[in-house]
Ligand binder design. Structure first.
Ligand SMILES: NC(=O)c1ccc[n+]([C@@H]2O[C@H](COP(=O)([O-])OP(=O)(O)OC[C@H]3O[C@@H](n4cnc5c(N)ncnc54)[C@H](O)[C@@H]3O)[C@@H](O)[C@H]2O)c1
Length: 205
């Protein structure tokens, strides 16, 4: 059994990840400030291998408490997507960049052995080719810029602990914390509720 901290564990991806980690027999702690509520984690309250910490990744004291006795961290928490990030770039920078640095700092000083950082395929921008880890980064919006900065922070800690960067593509499907700002989910919701599936551009694949 490993002891795993999931930041942003109450979110769209996090609520699923928590379920999977618990079903694999791990101890899971979540730190999340509940921006979209915490009800997606309700099924796990009462499990003796689950701990919920309502807290903010911007606050060092909250992070220290969160990483206490933790082996591995999955860092999902953040302000997600360009519309949300552009709404207030300063806050987005504080949460996605400054707090990411703080998490790596606190983890490196504690006993954490491994951190996974949730980056995004948006670091590649647009292009016709198939992108790989070797492709040149081309962030075309503020959200993507914060992910590129987050990756650089993560890489700068590689001598202190094991670091994994994952550049997720756009996730789709149902979750306990539903997101309808994602392309396929938005199209599906619009098709069901309005009888229309709106696609901007039309040439993308
Ligand atoms: N969903 C996707 O398609 C997708 C694609 C690429 C990358 N990602 C990345 O994966 C991660 C998770 O995405 P998601 O879709 O689950 O988003 P989400 O918005 O559902 O989850 C983010 C969670 O972070 C929490 N959070 C935000 N600010 C916080 C703070 N200051 N302190 C503590 N918690 C805070 C929110 O309350 C929320 O529960 C993000 O880092 C995102 O950039 C997601």
């Amino acid at each position: 059994m490993e002891r795993i901290l999931v930041t942003g564990g109450a979110g769209y991806i996090g609520t699923h990840l928590v379920e999977q980690l618990l079903s694999q027999g791990h101890f899971v702690r979540v730190i999340d400030n509940g921006t979209f509520g915490l009800s997606g984690l309700r099924p796990f309250y009462g499990f003796n291998r689950f701990e919920m910490q309502k807290g903010d990744i911007q606050i060092t004291a909250h992070l220290r408490k969160a990483v206490n006795n933790i082996d591995k961290v999955v860092h999902l928490a953040g302000i997600v997507g360009n519309p949300a990030c552009s709404f207030d770039k300063d806050i987005c920078n504080e949460v996605n960049v400054v707090a990411t640095k703080r998490i790596f700092d606190v983890a490196a000083k504690g006993n954490v052995k491994h951190i996974l950082f949730a980056s995004s395929c948006s670091v590649y921008g647009y292009g016709d080719e198939v992108f790989t880890e070797e492709s040149k980064l081309n962030p075309v919006d503020y959200y993507a810029e914060t992910k590129v900065k987050g990756e650089a922070i993560a890489q700068s800690y590689q001598d202190d602990l094991a670091v994994t960067l994952c550049r997720f593509s756009t996730v789709f499907g149902a979750s306990r914390r539903m997101r309808f700002d994602l392309a396929v989910n938005g199209m599906t919701a619009s098709a069901v509720n309005r009888g229309k599936c709106v696609i901007y551009g039309g040439q993308q694949w």
